[in-house]
Design a protein around this ligand. Sequence first.
Ligand code: GTP
Ligand code: MG
Length: 521
Amino acid sequence: MIQSRDLAVRFEAYADWRRRLSAGISLLHEWLQQQDLADAQADVKVQQLLERLQQDKLVVAFVAEFSRGKSELINAIFFADFGQRLLPSSAGRTTMCPTEILHDPSRPPSIRLLPIETRLNEATVTEFKNYADEWVTFPLDLAAADRMAETLARVSQVKRVPVALARKYGLFSERDDDILSALERGDEGSVDIPCWRHAEINFPHPLLQQGLIILDTPGLNAIGTEPELTLNLLPNAHAVLFLLSADAGVTKTDLDVWNAHLAGEEEATKAARIVILNKIDGLWDDLKEDVEINAEIDRQVDASASMLGISSAQVFAVSAQKALVAKVNGDDALLTRSRLPVLEHSLSRKLIPAKRDLVGAATQVEIRALTASIRAILDSRSSGIAEQLAEMVALRGKNQDVVEHMMARVKEEKERFERGLARYTALRTVFTQHTTDLFDIIGLAALRQNASNTRQRIEDSPFTKGVRDAMGDFFARLRADFDQAGRQGAEIHDLMRAMYTRFAHENNIEIYVPPQLSVLN
Ligand SMILES: Nc1nc2c(ncn2[C@@H]2O[C@H](COP(=O)(O)OP(=O)(O)OP(=O)(O)O)[C@@H](O)[C@H]2O)c(=O)[nH]1
Ligand SMILES: [Mg+2]
């Protein structure tokens, strides 16, 4: 029992490791989301990883020729607590269909059976698992072990059908002694076939709750005839326990099963192969010394190992039946003698770390791929930023150029403005001078002077002629003044026009022509 606890403890630790790994992946995902790094692809990948870790199963398959004690060994390892034989185990063919023992918390404890008739359908067992209606389900009463064993006995159910139908189901095999003998008997060509194609026992055992799945298989021919078993269930198992029987040795059919389904695949599938030499109690002999008996067992182990082409260390000699009896009766001496604890210890030591390595490696590969894609995003982001930076730096240089250019222009314009201002000031001085001169000529003061001179001359003149001359001179003087004013105005106009033209040229604006001073009106 202690060794069985060992298996449970190790499995629990493994489940805990998986939970911590999931938490780590979730944290990574959270961080990715915070950093805006999680695209849809990363989300899906993380989701798949978490689902895979959560639904991670450890599938242990039991394979052998019929009656080697597969079901009995499962009973001894996993179900001894119920105080009786749960899975049917008896002489001759007992388990008639592949039987998965697992725990699915979404459904009540039960056994569900897929009718053999579904073999006419193209769909695989895995596909049928999604269609609950196709299965015949019987509940399991955990409180009543007797009734439970009765219900579980259905995995042994057979029915008699015409050979033609068996052939239709794909169950006919030239190698099948039963069918051949039925034909020889001329038994109207009818034959016993399994009632069920597949069984699934949903059972809340602590190990199954942690994700362990046990696969019990029927003897030789069924392995050959149920493609699901050979193509899917066995290749996907993490460990395959192959049973031999000490009373039979390694028979031709044992070798057939081994060679067809198990030999040489370990490297490819990474699944552990454990060979069990069962029924060693047959070698127990009260008249022999233990040393003698053990030597005989060792000899059988060595012989079996060499027949299968493996090392003796891979072969575990046990008595499943005595182990079950010992566990049920609490007989520790018998349990030790059954050697089952050695197998259980090895199973937990080998299987779980191996599985953990496998899951760890697979998760690592996925996470590496994820981080590689994240790194690619980061790289492209950083190269984008570098590009932007380079652009900014280039722009900064450009800005300096622009500023320098603008400053030069402003300086130039300022100088031009100052030059213009200076010229304007000078021009204004000239212009003021000219206009002052102009006003000197035609201004009121000049007019008054002229008028007063003329009046004086009129007053001084005793004759009309003198008055006329004075008046004539007055107007002649006026005309001469205005003529000069006109010339001076034209001069100022020319000066201003030249100035405006130059200004327009310098500033690239339209030439403005100032109005000319007219002395005519
Ligand atoms: N003496 C002895 N008998 C055993 C031992 N293990 C199993 N048996 C008996 O061998 C017979 C066959 O055992 P099963 O557990 O039905 O064998 P199986 O490999 O499941 O056979 P199938 O279901 O027909 O494929 C039963 O009568 C068991 O009681 C053992 O360790 N010692
Ligand atoms: Mg069986």
